[in-house]
Design a protein around this ligand. Structure first.
Ligand code: PMP
Length: 451
């Protein structure tokens, strides 16, 4: 079959019934049919977390073709912060699609792109003149931030950190730390990338100041500020395990960059747009980056990404050095303007904090009752548990995998992460209600107890 005729039409968005509902085993027959077609038609390297055929989503649920309704604790990896098919985002997309779908901003510019740049310059941290450039994906934004920093400084080296994730393109694979599955077999990687130790309070036991001193020593001895264009860091690491650095770590690294003529780039692709209980995690952690990369939550699910930062750095590149056919697509820009408006005016920053309080309280109770929960950490609606062997503190990836699998079978979509694969992360859409959130956590707690 090569059509989607078999899939029933269900309208998504916040009006979908907000309930967990299992009417078949997971995967149900229609989902299984899609899994079979996927296996036959889609390259094996493209994996999936939940073996379902999604047909609608909104509020805090994802509905599959068999009529099962899942509680969404993943937001499509931190994308649908405003909620799936947010009405204002849908209206903006429909309106823009009816006007024009593409001109290429580099050929015939349009207002939406400029308005998104203005909005990003306004909402990102830093009380100085800023400029932005738009791209299609997070990895592409990171690549361009590195290009811009190199051009501005005239230097080539870039420092990234242990446990970092920055994407799957060639340069971003080099910046990403974890080999399997992101890099293994895909080299050779881009040159002039160096790795520094990350502050990981649960595992290194260091204060922020000590962890920063250690990282700065590595940077000075193994690279040298004279060769270094940029330090690139996720304020809270995402794929690496929701690692929140010890207090003072980021400030110290950022201050060293400023004193050393090195561009400090915060990768806020996963942490951005209200997720951590502020518009950007940099605000929560007390830093003002020179450049910020954004994507994911920016446009309510449409592919859009950006580099935003100090105007003098952003303007260092010659005309034609930045861009791309689709970067800042008009429909994605219309969606972003609606999404950013929702983040600013629908109380979503406050909602992220409330979600964080609720989830952290529930996870702390789980930790108190179960020594396999080694650590509970996170900010706002970006929180996680790290599962370990209680006697040794060794990472327990098998347990994390089993808990996630069991939760999905019970109708709750949760994601794992971490260099050691032993972290369960909670990234609910900010449109989820407390009842659904509590029910989702009940299911995860039961999955853990039963594992
Ligand atoms: N940086 C970070 C911090 C990310 O979390 C991701 C995606 N998980 C990326 C970069 C890459 O983004 P994309 O998948 O859109 O290329």
């Amino acid at each position: 079959m090569t059509t989607i005729d078999s899939i029933p039409v269900v309208v998504g968005g916040p009006s979908l019934p907000q309930e967990r509902r299992l009417v078949t085993a997971i995967p149900g027959p229609r989902s299984q049919e899609l899994m079979d077609r996927k296996a036959a038609a889609v390259a094996a390297g493209v994996g999936h977390t939940a073996p379902i055929s999604a047909v609608a989503a909104g509020g805090g649920v994802v509905v599959d073709a068999d009529g099962n309704s899942f509680i969404d604790l993943g937001s499509g990896i931190a994308v649908t912060g405003v909620g799936n098919s947010h009405p204002a985002v849908v209206a903006a997309i429909q309106d823009q699609a009816a006007r024009f779908t593409h001109t290429c901003f580099m050929v015939s510019p349009y207002e939406g792109y400029v308005a998104v740049a203005e909005a990003l310059n306004r909402v990102t941290p830093g009380d100085f003149p800023k400029k932005s450039a738009l791209f299609n994906s997070g990895a592409e934004a990171v690549e361009n931030a590195v290009k811009i920093a190199r051009k501005f400084t005239g230097k080539s080296a870039v420092v990234a950190f242990d446990h970092a994730y920055h994407g799957r393109t060639n340069l971003t694979m080099a910046l990403t730390a974890k080999s399997m599955p992101y890099k293994s077999g895909f080299g050779p990687f881009a040159a002039e990338i160096y790795r520094a130790p990350m502050s990981y309070p649960y595992r290194d036991g260091l204060s922020g100041a000590d962890a920063a001193a250690k990282a700065i020593s590595v940077i000075e001895k193994q690279v040298g500020a004279a060769n270094l264009a940029a330090v690139l860091i996720e304020p809270i690491q995402g794929e690496g395990g929701f690692i929140v650095p010890a207090e003072g770590f980021l400030e110290a690294i950022s201050a060293w960059c400023t004193a050393s003529g090195v561009v400090f780039i915060a990768d806020e692709i996963q942490t951005g747009f209200a997720r951590t209980g502020a518009m950007f995690a940099s605000e929560v952690l007390g830093i003002v980056p020179d450049l910020i990369t954004t994507a994911k939550g920016i446009a309510g699910g449409l592919p859009l990404a950006a580099v935003t930062g100090r105007a003098e750095i952003m303007d260092a590149t010659h005309v034609g050095g930045l861009g791309g056919t689709y970067g800042g697509n008009p429909i994605a820009c219309a969606a972003a303007l609606a999404a950013i408006d929702a983040f600013e005016h629908d109380g979503l920053v406050e909602r992220a904090r409330e979600i964080g309080d609720l989830v952290l309280r529930r996870l702390a109770a789980m930790q108190a009752a179960d020594p396999r929960v080694g650590d509970v950490r996170g900010k706002g609606a970006m929180v996680a548990i790290e599962l370990v062997e209680p006697a040794t503190g060794e990472p327990d990836a098998a347990l994390a995998g089993a808990v996630a699998k069991s939760a999905i079978a019970q109708g709750v979509i949760v994601l794992t992460c971490g260099t050691y694969g032993n972290v369960i992360r909670f990234l609910p859409p900010l449109s989820i209600g407390d009842d659904l959130l509590n029910e989702g956590l009940d299911v995860v707690a039961a999955a853990l107890a039963g594992a």
